[in-house]
Design a protein around this ligand. Structure first.
Ligand SMILES: [Zn+2]
Length: 437
């Protein structure tokens, strides 16, 4: 139901927020001072014992958040971070200074993606917190954000000044703060870090609109009240992480490195970056509502990989050799991983990459079946039908997806896919060959 609301537009979201408001009385105020310091203040309407974070992928807030009054502390216990007063008394307000640098969070988006000119992309989901306890169904978060008067904010496709307020939900959103004016092409707003090497900047400028049109043609237009926004940020400081992702109406990419100038000379790196852009744009058109549990991530990750290389081959024929090498490497990586565990167990064993490699193989197998059946139906149309089913209320994930696949292919293929996912395979290379027979 909640997933349905995302696609149904603003009026539904506002209604949902009002009805949920009574259960979460915390107000989250994020501020960037004129000196460039970042802070967050939580305010409760009634005295509370503690503030509990909705999501604690690790305990890094203990190090990265500091209380200037020294009255408060953040405790990380049983995989959950929470804010307490050191003297155990109840409170209504708690304020923390934040560390505004990129930090890698396992399977979560980092709170800060700095741009090289001092701008910032913040991810609101990192600040979701509740008074005393977060109920399982808690999905309403009240925010305000204040920035210096010479900066602006891009929120929900709009450029705004000084202080903005909003109700947030689900996985949160990316919000830009800084001085850069967004560019607009093919109906998409973009903030592209001007410190990125020109060749990457130009690739984003030119190729994202092209990819948006490609996927709109193949996966259908998404309805939305907001202009989609692309954020691409580059910290340009020593680091190793690259992060890409999608949230409703948003695509973002962040390079937390300082070696892009050097890498930009490498043709393979540029092609793989283009593939990443295509992968994220494919996710954008899959719609975040179809994203399934991490155990079944092969459905959206595997298809995004295949859709990305399909797009590359159609739009950029000179990527052919890169794509062939990429496909071969993916098969090898899937086979290697299958030696130790099944795809069904990949996520719980920290082998998330298997969803990309083996997931792409499964989607290639479905494409093969559609071709053999001589139907004019494409994998994109299978995906559209799957997306429609999810929007109409079916659970996102493997079952609903394979129901659609089975409907347009055979029960035999469905069973074959299911056993490929669930079995560990004594001889994975043979199993992959047999899978395609
Ligand atoms: Zn992905």
């Amino acid at each position: 139901m909640l997933k349905h609301l995302i696609l149904s537009g603003l009026s539904f979201i506002l209604i949902a927020s009002e009805s949920a408001q009574a259960s979460n009385t915390l107000l989250t105020q994020i501020k960037k001072s004129d000196q460039g310091d970042w802070s967050v203040e939580y305010k409760a309407a009634e005295p509370i014992e503690k503030i509990v974070f909705n999501n604690s992928p690790n305990g890094s807030r203990v190090e990265r958040w500091s209380s200037d009054s020294d009255e408060f502390e953040i405790v990380y216990q049983e995989r959950q971070e929470s804010i307490h007063r050191k003297d155990g008394k109840s409170f209504t307000t708690a304020r923390f200074n934040l560390t505004p640098t990129y930090t890698h969070l396992p399977k979560n988006y980092g709170p800060f993606s700095p741009l090289s000119d001092g701008g910032m992309i913040i991810h609101s989901g990192r600040f979701f917190a509740c008074a005393n306890v977060c109920g399982k169904r808690e999905n309403n978060w009240q925010f305000s954000l204040t920035v210096p008067s010479d900066e602006h904010i891009i929120l929900n496709g709009e450029v705004l000044k000084e202080t903005v307020s909003w109700s947030d939900r689900d996985s949160g959103k990316s919000i830009y703060t800084g001085k850069q004016k967004p560019a607009e092409a093919a109906g998409t707003l973009s903030i592209i870090d001007q410190g990125l090497p020109p060749v990457i900047r130009q690739s984003l400028d030119k190729n994202i609109p092209k990819l948006m049109l490609y996927f709109e043609k193949n996966l259908g237009k998404l309805s939305s009240n907001y202009k989609p926004t692309l954020f691409a940020s580059y910290s340009n400081r020593p680091g190793k992480s690259t992060q890409g992702g999608v949230l409703p109406n948003q695509i973002f990419m962040h390079w937390d490195t300082d070696d892009l100038e050097e890498k930009a000379n490498n043709d393979d790196f540029l092609k793989s970056t283009l593939k990443t852009f295509a992968h994220e744009t494919a996710h954008f058109f899959q719609s975040t509502s179809t994203f399934d549990s991490t155990a079944e991530a092969w459905v959206h990750e595997g298809s995004a990989e295949l859709f990305a290389i399909n797009a590359l081959l159609e739009l950029y024929p000179d990527t052919k050799n890169y794509v062939e090498a990429f496909k071969a490497k993916s098969v090898d990586q899937c086979i290697e991983a299958l030696k130790t565990l099944s795809l069904a167990k990949a996520s719980e064993n920290g082998k998330f990459q298997m969803h990309y490699h083996c997931g792409m193989l499964i989607h290639q197998r479905i494409e093969q079946a559609l071709t053999q059946k001589k139907t004019s139906l494409t994998l994109y149309e299978i995906w559209q039908e799957y997306r429609e089913n999810v929007v109409a209320g079916s659970t996102s994930g493997q079952q609903t997806f394979l129901n659609v696949v089975e409907k347009h292919t055979t029960t035999e293929l469905r069973l074959k896919i299911e056993s490929f996912i669930n079995e560990q395979h004594a001889a994975p290379a043979l199993a992959v060959n047999a899978f395609f027979e």
